[in-house]
Design a binder for this molecule. Structure first.
Ligand SMILES: C[S@@+](CC[C@H](N)C(=O)[O-])C[C@H]1O[C@@H](n2cnc3c(N)ncnc32)[C@H](O)[C@@H]1O
Length: 281
């Protein structure tokens, strides 16, 4: 059996963020996030009736105060990805990076080891788009000081960034499960970085400016994120964009160059494209 989680969702009008700090500090809370007017909290374990009482007084007073709030608890069976943890996956070499899934194996000399304890999120290194991003990171000559990893999945790109440079790093994903996986992988690799649940760069801790933004997400997400990604790059900052279907690649280039970036590198393989763009001085 995998671990079980409970998520509760609270619909509130804007302006109630601060009131929820008491809830967010509870030791059972793994992750809290806002999505439009809904505040969601993910707790470890199946929450029993008596445990609910720890949360309900705070929440219900908020609901009463807000007038139009609605509280709902739901069991989230889907968060049982730890069942997928297994040592069956063989280590993988991508350039200098050596991605491994079993703590008992040792890395080849000269490689940069990245240990993935959790494989329940996208980003084992096997996908061509992840490989392109890792190669693009290796090609960077100027160490970035501040970096954002948008759509972090397993956090594999962040692990690579933390292994290469001493940076201030923030990773985000729209999927709460990926955020938890990334946090586990950060802990397992001794990486001191933030992983937050965020739709694009909406989270308050993702305002930048960044010397490097990596975003391996699909074309439509890259289109939506173009204003934020381009605005949050510092002068000479670079964006590594991947997950792009080759057929839609020119549109992505047009969009990002229209926002002031210069195309530096384009890589295509098996239907996927990866771009490196720079913000000029
Ligand atoms: C292709 S995976 C990339 C994972 C990892 N960065 C890698 O390169 O292997 C894309 C990730 O982006 C996330 N994602 C999709 N839309 C997003 C959005 N609007 N904001 C943040 N993350 C998003 C997905 O949940 C998924 O984990």
């Amino acid at each position: 059996m995998g671990e079980r989680y409970t998520q509760f969702n609270l619909r509130l009008p804007n302006g109630y963020e601060a009131c929820l700090n008491d809830v967010a500090r509870d030791e059972r809370v793994l992750l809290c996030w806002w999505d439009r007017a809904v505040f969601s909290v993910l707790l470890s374990g199946v929450i029993r009736a008596e445990e609910r009482r720890r949360f309900e007084p705070v929440l219900e007073s908020l609901v009463a105060e807000a007038g139009i709030g609605q509280l709902s608890f739901e069991r989230v069976e889907d968060y049982s990805w730890r069942e997928m943890r297994q040592a069956r996956m063989e280590p993988l070499q991508v350039g200098r990076f050596w991605i491994y899934f079993d703590a008992n194996v040792s890395a080849p000399e000269g490689s940069v080891p990245l240990y993935l304890t959790e494989v329940g999120a996208f980003g084992t290194g096997h996908h061509v788009t992840t490989g392109h991003c890792l190669q693009a990171l290796e090609r960077l000559t100027q160490p970035p000081r501040r970096v954002a990893d948008v759509g972090c999945g397993s956090g594999v790109l962040s692990l690579a960034i933390a292994a290469l440079w001493d940076t201030e790093l923030v990773a985000c994903d729209i999927d709460p499960k990926s955020v938890l996986v990334t946090r586990d992988n950060f802990a397992a690799n001794g990486v001191n970085a933030q992983a937050v649940r965020s739709d694009g760069m909406a989270h308050p801790s993702m305002q930048g400016p960044y010397d490097l933004i990596v975003a391996n997400v699909l074309n439509d997400v890259l289109q939506e994120l173009a204003p934020d990604i381009t605005a949050r790059l510092s002068p000479q900052g670079k964006a590594i964009l991947s997950g792009i279907s080759i057929s839609g690649c020119d549109r992505i280039i047009d969009l990002y160059t229209a926002h002031g970036l210069t195309l530096e590198h384009r890589q295509e393989e098996r239907g996927w494209a990866t771009l490196v763009l720079t913000r000029p001085l």
